[in-house]
Structures are given as structure tokens and as C-alpha cells.
Design a protein. Structure first.
Length: 237
């Protein structure tokens, strides 16, 4: 199965610095794309059609995607592992604080069937909108990952999650997880494709689910005017 995972901050003239809690970035220099340009991207690059809306939802922060996938997994409508196409100005793989360390050293050594505990990770202030994809990888939910990036995205992919000398494959690992590999099994190798030029991305299969994050601290309020465009291609659930 394949999911389209979109962040509003992809559709800006430039990436916004993180705004203070409860505030939005300034518009100047971070103007949103026109509706026609967004429509062209969704139809040309993602293969979406308003005649065939994809089930999905819009939420505030991007870690809502992890919660959405968990709910679909539990109701049996989303099989794991699945293919994620992540359209975002950021990788959301844990660069910066709190970083990959918690996932690699505290989540990964656990038996795979006991790793999924979102409430606990939130309570520990370890799971957020900047690292939720790293948790999904540790849960072994992702079989393939694409990152379609804004043309002005800054480097933010943690090198320690990649296979040595490979930028196109992810394999999570830590000393503790390797020590327990005989019990937990080896961590999967996940093909990873980064599209720095979004025009080179063309979805070759349809999507089973679609999510859109507003990410208010990363996008000016004027970008919210694009939300009705996404709803043209979505069947809200």
C-alpha cells in the first residue's frame, strides 16, 4: 500500500525558520505557491484526480500522520509495511533536538510488537512533528520512503540512519539493537529516494491514503488559503 504524506511548508517560496510557539512565520520571502501551481503538482507529479479522491485528512502538526497511520493500521484498512511519499520541505527524520538517539537507543532495542506506544513517547516529550517518520521506521511500518523536497530545503537527513556509503538506503541501528538482533531480528533495509528537484518525481502508482499537515510554525497563515485545493483531491475520513 502507498500513502501520500504532504506538508504545507513544501509549497512556499522558501523554507521558514521555526516560529515561536503559537505564532506563524512572516509572509515576506515565504510566499505560498499559487493554487494553479499546486494543482499542477498534485495532478502531474502525484497523479491525483478530483474525479478519484483519495481517503485522507488534514491536521495541524505533521506527527498527526503517525496517529492517522496507527488508526488505519488498527482498523485494518492500512497494511504494514507501506510505501510513504513524503512531500515536505523537511525530512522529519529527527535532525536536531531531540535527535535520533532516543529512537535508536530506547525504541529500537524493544521487541517490534512492543515498540508502538505513542502516548508514552509523547509523555516523554520524545515524539514530535520533526521526527515522527523516524518512529514509523522503528515500528517497521515503512517499506519504502520518498522525500520530495522544496527546491530551497536545507540539508537535514541524519547520516547515522543511512547504510554506510549509501544515501539511498536506510537501516536503523544502535549497539543495543545489534546486541538484541538474535531476538528481535534484523532491522529492515528501507529504500530511500530524495527528490531535491520535485519536477523529477512522478508517482507511478496510485495512493491508498493522503494526509496534509498545516504545520503552523513552519508556514505563514496565508498558506492556509491552499487547503481547499487539497480537499479537491481528498475524501475526508
Amino acid at each position: 500500500m502507498r500513502v501520500l504524506d504532504i506538508d504545507l511548508d513544501f509549497f512556499l517560496a522558501d523554507c521558514c525558520p521555526l516560529a515561536a510557539l503559537g505564532e506563524r512565520p512572516l509572509l515576506l520571502g515565504h510566499e505560498p505557491w499559487t493554487s494553479d501551481t499546486v494543482i499542477d503538482f498534485l495532478e502531474r507529479q502525484c497523479g491525483l484526480s478530483a474525479d478519484r479522491p483519495v481517503p485522507g485528512t488534514i491536521f495541524e502538526t505533521h506527527d498527526g500522520a503517525l496517529q492517522f497511520w496507527d488508526a488505519r493500521r488498527k482498523d485494518g484498512s492500512l497494511d504494514t509495511p507501506f510505501w510513504v511519499t513524503h512531500v515536505d520541505a523537511h525530512s522529519d527524520l529527527g535532525i536536531g533536538k531531540p535527535g535520533p538517539g532516543f529512537v535508536l537507543n530506547s525504541v529500537l532495542p524493544q521487541p517490534p510488537d512492543r515498540r508502538v506506544d505513542l502516548n508514552r513517547y509523547y509523555a516523554q516529550k520524545q515524539l514530535d512533528e520533526a521526527n515522527y517518520l523516524l518512529f514509523a521506521l522503528a515500528f517497521r511500518w515503512i517499506e519504502r520512503l520518498d522525500n520530495v523536497r522544496n527546491p530551497k530545503s536545507r540539508p537535514d537527513i541524519p547520516q547515522e540512519i543511512l547504510l554506510p556509503d549509501r544515501s539511498d538506503q536506510i537501516r536503523l541501528s544502535s549497539f543495543a539493537s545489534r546486541f538484541l538482533e538474535s531476538k528481535n531480528g534484523p532491522e529492515p533495509i528501507v529504500p530511500f529516494c530524495v527528490y531535491d528537484d520535485y519536477r523529477t518525481f512522478l508517482a507511478d502508482t496510485s495512493f491508498d491514503f493522503m494526509t496534509v499537515a498545516i504545520s503552523p510554525r513552519y508556514a505563514p497563515k496565508e498558506a492556509d488559503a491552499l487547503l481547499p485545493v487539497f480537499l479537491r483531491y481528498m475524501r475526508p475520513i
